[in-house]
Design a protein around this ligand. Structure first.
Ligand code: ADP
Length: 676
């Protein structure tokens, strides 16, 4: 649930809109200041001619009101300064200045209320005490302007806090005491055009501060600055236009000046109240967005915790500087721990679980990642609570501070023990296979040489017996001898065929680009006698150039073409069609014939060694041709199959991979399926 967003905070409020709004407020304030100036000047000029005469009580009341406002404003300004970190130093100057002014104003009330008689010394003191308060505030306003200017330029204050207190207090005391110690001259010349020339001094200081603030232009955007400028405008008018021309106590100028002084304090008070209100609003909004951010943070944390629980990995986060590590609970559960017993969140916990033999390589990898930016991806063993060491794959990534120091590193571990075991078993199996392959090769050697020898002897001596001693044998004996010789020869042929199958993988050549048109041409040449004898026609569509073992390809085509002619229909001349089709990953080759066809139930069987569907009397052969074809195709990463019906011709298909490498494809192949 997202908290509602006020228009002021709306993210859709563009910067341009905000600037336009600020511009509008700025020009409204300019107009207000112009109007205020005109009103102040006009009213001050008008009042000068008036014959109004006030009273001492009214004067005392106005001074009291001004003093209270100044004191209250001072308290607010202190609050404003101390309630916030990095508050403007101006508020401290203003608060202390207003407090000092209210002290001097109090002093002025006392003097003017109790001592104001015809006594000229007391009258002079009254003038001086009023002037002291005005002078002090005008001076403080200059310092406020300096502090504001420093704020704007983001400079640190030029003087410490204590100096503000000590400086203003001493200045105030100095002004107060001087009335008693010094014999002050009269500051009032009733007959002169400017009856109170001393007022002009504070007037000039107020005017200077006013010009300074106007020049800073902060009043266009900040409410408090605007009200401060209003206050300075009132004070400047009071000190330059009104009070200097008051020729008597309580005359119209005198009373108007006192009212203006009170109004100038009031302007500061209003400015402070608005500023504090706006500050409060801003804090409120900040708190609301903080709440919102907290809510989202909580949500994101929950999501993260859930994802971490649901993931098969154990997450960790290492604060490189403090060496503290955060481990997701899944991390420790992967090592057999249960909730309350999780090891502590320090790096030592991890090190204690790390296999001693993996320690060095792991930390070297971490070091290379942190300082050379190498990818961190290592495999190590961690001690399981009850199951010895288990294998883990750890990956992680670090981030660095601006000066390149590693700050934190986060990542995960993945249990790969099962995969490692499977890999190990695979290796064992592969070694077993290699061993059995070697044994098989030895067997092939024995079969080709040692077994053939006695067979040759049987066949050879049988033939000799037949040639030179046949007449000594009965007809029956001769028949037995024929069987013996024939059996021995067949045995020889079977062994040779068997060896041919095994040699497909062990005696293969490297794969090279070969033109299948040439291959088929060579195979046809080798089968020329059979083609001639059976009057076969061979139709070849354009065949591709592909990678393969040329000798084996010739053998493959030769076997398939030979079968197509051998298993022909008695009343038809064989017709063969050889074509190729390109597919995404391989070439699909087909050889069709119009022969006797094969019942679908035998389609798989015929690719097995020695599997024949006819007797030797019907069709010659050993039943090894298609088994060799299958081995050749498999070595070329392809498959072989057929489509055929009894009596309806056959189409043999085989695929040859397009992605064969140049190297010899015989390494470690399993020969044990030779007889399956
Ligand atoms: P062989 O040709 O020595 O008998 P093969 O392995 O080449 O051995 O073939 C196995 C059997 O598959 C053959 O005996 C035959 O029954 C059947 N065969 C193979 N090719 C064809 C074909 N083109 N038409 C019909 N039958 C076939």
């Amino acid at each position: 649930m997202a908290p509602s967003t006020s228009p002021r905070e709306s993210p859709h409020t563009s910067k341009a809109e905000t600037t336009a709004e600020a511009e509008q407020i700025g020009s409204q304030r300019t107009q207000l200041l112009c109007i205020l100036t005109v009103v102040l000047v006009a009213s001050s000029l008008w009042i000068h001619g008036q014959t109004y005469q006030g009273t001492a009580q009214l004067h005392a009341l106005m001074e009291l009101l001004a003093t209270l406002i100044a004191a209250f404003s001072a308290v607010l300004a202190y609050l404003r300064y101390y309630a916030r970190r990095n508050s403007s130093f101006m508020f401290l100057c203003l608060a202390t200045g207003l407090l000092a002014t209210s002290c001097l104003d109090t002093y002025h009330i006392v003097i003017s209320s109790f001592l104001l008689t015809s006594d000229s010394l007391a009258a002079a003191t009254t003038h001086w005490s009023w002037n002291a308060s005005r002078f002090l505030l005008a001076t403080v306003m200059i310092f406020c302007w300096i502090a504001s200017r420093a704020d704007l330029k983001r400079q640190t204050p030029m003087f410490p806090e204590w100096l503000v207190y000590v400086g203003i207090t001493n200045f105030t005391l100095l002004l107060g005491i001087s009335f008693f110690v010094l014999e002050l001259p009269s500051a009032w010349f009733p007959d002169a055009a400017v009856s109170r020339p001393l007022e002009l001094l504070s007037g000039i200081l107020f005017a200077t501060a006013l010009s300074g603030f106007l020049y800073l232009k902060t009043w266009r955007t900040e409410s408090f600055s605007f009200w401060l400028v209003c206050s300075l405008l009132i004070s400047t008018t009071c000190q330059l236009l009104v009070m200097p021309r008051s020729s008597n106590f309580f005359d119209a100028d005198f009373e108007w000046a006192h009212l203006l002084k009170t109004l100038s304090y009031l302007a500061i008070l209003i400015g402070l109240l608005i500023d504090i209100y706006q500050l409060h609003r801003a804090i409120d909004q900040a708190a609301a967005s903080l709440d919102h951010a907290n809510h989202r943070l909580r949500e994101s944390e929950e999501r993260f915790a859930l994802a971490s629980e649901g993931s098969a990995n154990g997450l960790w986060d290492w604060d490189v500087q403090s060496n503290q590590v955060w481990y997701a609970s899944r991390f420790w559960r992967m090592l057999g721990y249960q909730g309350p017993a999780y090891p502590s969140s320090v790096l030592d916990s991890f090190n204690r679980h790390l296999h001693p033999d993996d320690f060095e390589k792991t930390w070297a990898a971490v070091d290379r990642h942190l300082h050379q930016g190498e990818t961190f991806d290592v495999v190590y063993r961690l001690k399981h609570l009850s199951d010895g060491y288990r294998w883990f794959r750890a990956r992680g990534v670090a981030n660095h501070s601006a000066d390149g120091k590693p700050v934190r590193m986060s990542g995960s571990i993945q249990d790969i023990t099962a995969a490692r075991q499977a890999e190990h078993q695979l290796k064992e199996k592969s070694l077993d296979l290699q061993r059995s392959n070697e044994e098989l090769q030895q067997f092939a050697y024995v079969a080709s040489h040692d077994l053939q020898e006695p067979l040759r002897a049987i066949a050879g001596y049988g033939s000799l017996l037949q040639r030179f001693h046949a007449e000594q044998l009965s007809n029956e004996g001769q028949e037995y001898l024929d069987f013996t010789i024939d059996g021995a020869k067949r045995m020889q042929s079977l062994i040779n065929s068997l060896l041919d199958v095994s040699r497909v993988r062990t005696h293969g050549k490297t794969f090279q680009p070969i033109d299948l048109n040439e291959i088929v041409h060579t195979a046809s040449n080798n089968l020329a006698a059979q083609i001639r004898e059976t009057e076969a026609t061979v139709h070849i569509t354009n065949l591709p150039v592909l990678k393969g073992d040329s000798s084996q390809m010739i053998q493959l085509f030769q076997n398939l073409m030979s079968n197509a002619m051998k298993f022909r229909q008695q009343d038809q001349k064989p017709h063969l069609v050889i074509q190729a089709e390109e597919q995404s990953d391989d070439w699909l080759i087909s050889i069709s014939d119009n022969g006797i066809g094969i019942d679908p139930q035998f389609h798989n069987r015929i690719f097995t060694v020695f599997q024949r569907l006819h007797t030797r009397e019907e069709y010659s052969g050993t039943g090894i041709g298609l088994a060799i074809c299958k081995k050749v195709v498999e070595r070329h990463r392809g498959q072989i199959w057929l489509e055929s019906q009894n009596g309806a011709g056959s189409t043999f298909y085989f695929s040859i991979s397009k992605h064969l490498q140049d190297q010899l494809q015989s390494d470690g192949e399993n020969e044990s399926d030779l007889l399956t």
